[in-house]
Design a protein around this ligand. Structure first.
Ligand code: NDP
Length: 449
């Protein structure tokens, strides 16, 4: 064991040296590598073939200028990225994020996570991630369209149905995917439906893709709770975010009989003791593209609080972070546990910091890690690619049924590996090992490429 621990430490040192200041990327590499030592021990070939050293180096990264003009005729320059991390088990697959915080470290962290998440789905997709430091908030439809067209005018040469298939993420929803697809089609002069996922239903999108990440999170959490004979019925749930993942996590949690009392955006959170009125949230966020603060104006029993961190001080049984990375730090983890929270299901990517995860584990909180629990979105994206190849569309029930099966399989796989490696409730380790072994074995089979 000491030998492999040292191997992991050596690789972590290389990552720090080669990627100074990329803290998010360093943290996610640490999160994965520190848990897979027993699997390295079992198969010394991974070390001999330098699998870890290869995995932590992206296969390709593209960084490009994105010039565009706003409605007043003023010119803006943003920076665009695509990180093509690992294509061992399929074409690169992963979302595009448009948010002012986007930088190389965040996209490398997300791409690295994506490799393992995609492996867990059991579907043939490699891992990538991309985006730009563009803020769609407050922009007109015309400005968003111009930005998307300029972004795709460079990106198109690096993607394709058999090469790299981007999707949405923070700031990239149906509207943005539509503009991106339109520009790709125009430049390529070909109808490659499967070049992007998250498309509209009239041009190759899949039913249930919009709901998939949020629903999938709840399917995973339900599997985890069923194994402990715990029901979601009557449980108080705290959700952060009010975007795609949060909305459909709330919807499915309510369907399972839970009472969701919060949701948030980057300005603050609402607490509704009667349970969140989801139709009102959808109207504010999806139709009016407004702020969550507006919820309290039409719901007098609800409270609005500035700042998003306070959401973790609300008393609950279950916490579902669905906004962004590092939103639950150690202090928030302590507040959650002190208020009785027994279950955490990660809808966002790496929403809990490493010390928060360690604290949850120490306190025996049932913890569903992001790369397993939020894999439903990319899984249905892969099903969208299958439908595009067949030139057929499946019913909502068919896609949702497959999503349920995929989430159950991911849970079983993580659980089996956690048990096999001697820590039965540690789904972080179980999921990481299950995901890693599949990618590593494939890399071994394909030789030094
Ligand atoms: P959306 O853009 O639809 O929603 C994001 C939500 O999080 C918004 O409410 C947003 O508020 C809030 N938010 C964003 N940044 C911050 C921040 N820095 N601090 C506090 N709140 C913030 O994104 P998604 O719902 O698609 O994604 C949410 C998370 O889930 C991300 O981590 C994403 O990577 C992950 N994910 C998404 C998948 C998908 O299928 N969409 C699949 C798997 C993971 P505001 O409106 O104020 O910006």
């Amino acid at each position: 064991m000491a030998d492999m621990k040292q191997y992991v430490q050596d690789v972590l040192d290389i990552v720090k040296k080669r990627n100074p200041e990329q803290v998010e990327f360093q943290n996610t590499v640490y999160e994965v590598l520190s848990t897979i030592v027993p699997a390295l021990e079992k198969n010394p070939k991974y070390k001999e073939a330098k699998i870890l050293e290869r995995m932590v180096e992206a296969e390709r990264i593209v960084i490009f200028r994105v010039p565009w003009q706003d409605d007043k005729g003023e010119t803006h320059i943003n920076r665009g990225y695509r990180v093509q991390m690992n294509s061992a088990i399929g074409p690169y697959k992963g979302g595009l994020r448009f948010h002012p915080s986007v930088n190389l470290s965040i996209l490398k962290f997300l791409a690295f996570e994506q490799v393992f998440k995609n492996s867990l789905t059991g579907l043939p997709i490699g891992g990538g991630k991309g985006g730009a430091d563009f803020d769609p908030k407050g922009k007109s439809d015309n400005e968003v369209m111009k930005f998307c067209q300029s972004f795709m005018t460079e990106l198109y040469r690096h993607i394709g149905p058999h090469v790299d298939v981007p999707a949405g993420d923070i700031g990239v929803g149906g509207r943005e995917i539509g503009y991106l697809f339109g520009q790709y089609k125009r430049i390529r002069d070909a109808y490659d439906s499967a070049v992007l996922t998250g498309k509209g239903l009239t041009y190759g999108g899949s039913l249930a893709r919009t709901e998939a990440t949020g629903y999938g999170l709840l399917y995973f959490v339900k599997n985890m709770l069923d194994a402990k004979n715990i029901s979601l019925k009557g449980k108080t749930v705290v959700v952060s975010g009010s975007g795609n993942v949060a909305t459909y996590a709330i919807e499915k949690a309510q369907e399972f009989g839970a009472k969701v009392v919060t949701c948030s955006d980057s300005n603050g959170y609402v607490y509704d003791p009667n349970g969140i009125d989801l139709a009102a949230v959808k109207e504010i966020k999806e139709v009016r593209r407004g702020r969550i603060k507006e919820y309290a104006a039409s719901h007098p029993q609800a409270e609005y609080h500035e700042g998003c961190k306070g959401v973790w001080t609300v008393k609950c049984d279950v916490a579902l972070p669905c906004a962004t990375q590092s939103e639950i730090d150690l202090e928030s983890a302590k507040a959650l546990v002190a208020n009785g929270c027994q279950v955490v299901g990660e809808g966002a990517n790496m929403p809990s910091t490493l010390d928060a995860i360690a604290y949850f584990q120490e306190k025996h909180v049932l913890f569903a890690p992001a790369k397993a629990a939020n894999a439903g979105g990319v899984a249905v994206s892969a099903l969208e690619m299958s439908q595009n190849s067949e030139r057929l569309s499946w019913t909502f029930e068919e896609v949702d049924g497959r999503l349920k099966d995929i989430m159950a399989n991911i849970y079983q796989n993580a659980k089996k590996n956690a048990e096999e490696y001697g820590d039965p409730d540690n789904l972080v380790m179980g999921a990481n090992i299950a995901a890693f072994v599949k990618v590593a074995d494939t890399m071994l089979a394909q030789g030094l490429v």
